[in-house]
Design a protein around this ligand. Structure first.
Ligand code: WT7
Length: 652
């Protein structure tokens, strides 16, 4: 079944990071891992020294895991913004905290830790002056600009809860999120810039809050020179307001379990879930995983290409790096603007040592070949990271060889919005790398596989539903305003366990291979097939740039396979028949005849969210001809792709 994935070669840990690894060997990892599982309280009590506490905690962990009732470090008081800024000022005041790489390649703007403090404090004071208090929720609907980072930390400083809404969401989605968490204050920008285009953020906010008496103030950062309408009494320019404020603001004493932020994510139902993360456990987990997984060292320049609108941006662009006093790159543009060499240009320019991105982004640039990366000096890179979806071995190898020159550690990190931080991952210099496998659990993470009846599968070489057995500090504590839904979504399917929603295989070495969401698993004639498995075979063919596989109802087999592929540049000299013939042969060779698609659609593009996830729901509806009502398309990166697909399939 999983030949495609498990036949991959093993890449031993890189020698160059061994002397500087946080963990020196696999044995040391295993010892510490076992200790973290058997003595979680001792383990996390020791780790908690990473944070600066205003008042010491009393209990490491109080939990009733099956009721999703978990508290870490209760009794403790601290402030996340203090931990990310003030405590670094003693010896790192002039160190660069943030490098802002703007959409148009040009001079990057930098902020030292001491400047960061001033910017954050002034916004904190603006928020306070507008009536924001501890426990209030502030909505941040902003481009990838420094004011977004400042605003998050400003909220944390005064104890307000931030709800960052990805700037690609429509007015309707934004409105739902504003109402759901009751935000009286919004911070936005006049426009955002991405890929050479401007998007009217403030207009979208205006539409979103039309007739909503709830919203009292809208602060507008000035990203472009475009004039916009300001509603007197409600709308204020952020740059004018900060001028009036002091550059210092006391950091509120927060309890460990006070909420830090809400972040919405889609579930199987239409209503988005506002996952709620809290202070101490989240920050500790972000901080420790950041340092260990990326082998972070104080002189490193770190570049996470994710958008702050998603959890990766929260944990590994902002909180993780800043909590350890790192230099973090904030990238406003896209991998293809002004050309597919943009990432590599940024890496050369800032001498980036650690680069974290998604398989989708890798495939998007890989289709343009090796010429772009070849133009740049990428020798500063030491650790590469991948996140968000299973990485197909083809993309893994391209990233490893073409970008990492075969000399970098590549960490395939599995985690979720709900987990707060990385859960399953290789550690540089420690873990063997197997392309397509997220490998082994992080400290304190106790994964297990269960069958559909909830029975734990303890053997290796098994497939099952991925669950987590014990609480970890970074876990979300609730769905904002609906704890019952939190319990039902994650803790009832397999009582006593947190259910991730992912299918997973554990191989003969105990390595984990995430096959994707359970709903992306297709059962064809009783053969379970991960869409990731089929896709990884498809994309390993040089004629295929991107692939998406979905299950479609099939009269005889129960479910059939529908594969959408985007041909690569190399495929241009082949006919459609030649391409599909080659692809079918590839699937036959890799997996078996039962994996041959019932429908193979060769298309120009795939519908994706702005974070790069393929929207299978849309493909499924188009494939079965139900494209009259495609529902909410506001998260699509390029809405035209859908129309093209429908037209293309109709004409066949
Ligand atoms: C889902 C979570 C975690 C930050 C970005 C996405 C999939 C994530 C991997 C990986 C295979 C992965 C899972 C997971 N996923 N990382 N390394 N290998 N699958 O966060 O939007 O909450 O999505 O993304 O299916 O459940 P998210």
């Amino acid at each position: 079944m999983s030949e495609v994935l498990s036949e991959s070669p093993i890449y031993p840990p890189k020698e160059n990071v061994k002397p500087i690894s946080q963990i020196s060997s696999l044995d040391e990892y295993k010892n510490l891992y076992n200790f973290s599982i058997n003595h979680p309280e001792e383990f996390w009590a020791e780790q908690a020294k990473r944070l600066t506490w205003f008042h010491p905690w009393e209990n490491v962990l109080d939990d009733d895991f099956s009721e999703a009732d978990v508290a870490w470090f209760s009794g403790g008081k601290l402030n996340v913004s203090h931990n990310c800024i003030d405590r670094h000022l003693k010896d790192k005041a002039e160190k660069i905290a943030l490098i802002w790489e703007t959409d148009e390649p040009g001079e990057a703007k930098t902020y030292t830790y001491s400047q960061l403090k001033h910017e954050v404090c002034r916004i904190a004071n603006v928020l306070k002056a507008s009536g924001v208090k501890k426990g209030d929720c502030v909505c941040l609907y902003m481009p990838m600009m420094p004011e977004l980072v400042f605003s998050m930390l400003a909220c944390a400083r005064i104890g307000a809860i931030h709800s960052v809404v990805f700037a690609g969401f429509s007015a309707e989605s934004l409105r739902d999120r504003i109402i759901d968490c009751g935000c009286k204050v919004i911070v936005t920008a006049n426009e955002s810039k991405r890929g050479g285009r401007c998007y009217p953020l403030k207009n979208i906010v205006d539409k979103a809050i039309q007739g909503l008496t709830l919203v009292e103030k809208v602060f507008v950062a000035k990203r472009t020179l475009t004039e916009i309408e300001m509603q007197p009494g409600r709308d204020l320019w952020l740059h004018e307001e900060v001028q009036k404020e002091r550059r210092s603001c006391p950091a509120e004493w927060m309890s460990s379990e006070d909420p830090l932020f809400i972040l919405y994510t889609s579930g199987s139902t239409g209503k988005p879930k506002g996952l709620m993360h809290t202070q101490a456990g989240y920050l500790l987990y972000a901080s420790m995983t950041f340092e260990y997984v990326f082998n972070y060292h104080p002189k490193d320049i770190y570049f996470c290409a994710a958008d702050i609108g998603w959890i990766t941006g929260h944990t590994y662009l902002v909180y993780g790096p800043l909590s350890v006093g790192a230099t973090t790159v904030l990238f406003e543009s896209t991998p293809l603007y002004p050309d597919p060499g943009r990432y590599w240009e940024v890496i050369e320019k800032h001498k980036v040592n650690i680069f974290y991105t998604s398989p989708t982004a890798i495939r998007a640039v890989a289709r343009f070949g090796k010429d772009y990366p070849a133009k740049y000096d990428l020798s500063s890179l030491r650790v590469l990271g991948s996140v968000g979806e299973p990485i197909n071995p083809e993309a893994w190898k391209w990233f490893y060889e073409t970008i990492g020159r075969g000399e970098c550690t590549l960490v395939d990190t599995w985690w979720q919005t709900e987990t707060g931080g990385i859960m399953i991952t290789p550690l540089p210099g420690v873990t063997d790398m197997k392309p397509g496998s997220a490998t082994l659990p992080f400290f304190g993470v106790n994964p297990c596989l269960v069958d559909d009846n909830g029975l734990e599968l303890t053997e290796n070489n098994t497939n099952g539903n991925l669950c987590i057995k014990k609480p970890w500090p970074g876990m979300a504590r609730s769905i904002y305003g609906d704890h019952q839904r939190y319990v039902e979504t994650y803790f009832t399917q397999y009582p006593g366990l947190y259910f991730t929603g992912d299918g997973c295989k554990r191989d003969e070495d105990g390595f984990y291979w995430i096959s994707g969401r359970i709903d992306d698993v297709i059962n064809v004639s009783g053969h379970r097939l991960g869409t990731a498995e089929i896709e990884s075979s498809l994309t390993s063919n040089p004629l295929v740039a991107e692939a998406a596989v979905i299950g479609i109802p099939h009269q005889i087999k129960g479910m059939g396979i529908c594969a959408f592929i985007v041909p690569s540049v190399e495929a241009s000299s082949f006919s459609v028949d030649e391409i599909s013939g080659t692809i079918k042969q590839q699937l036959r060779n890799d997996i078996g005849a039962f994996a041959l698609p019932d429908q193979l659609q060769i298309v120009k593009g795939l519908p994706k969210t702005r974070s790069g996830k393929i929207m299978r729901r849309i493909l499924r509806q188009i494939a079965i001809g139900e494209h009259e009502d495609l529902g909410n398309l506001s998260t699509l990166a390029e809405p035209n792709v859908v129309d093209d697909l429908i037209k293309q399939l109709k004409t066949r």
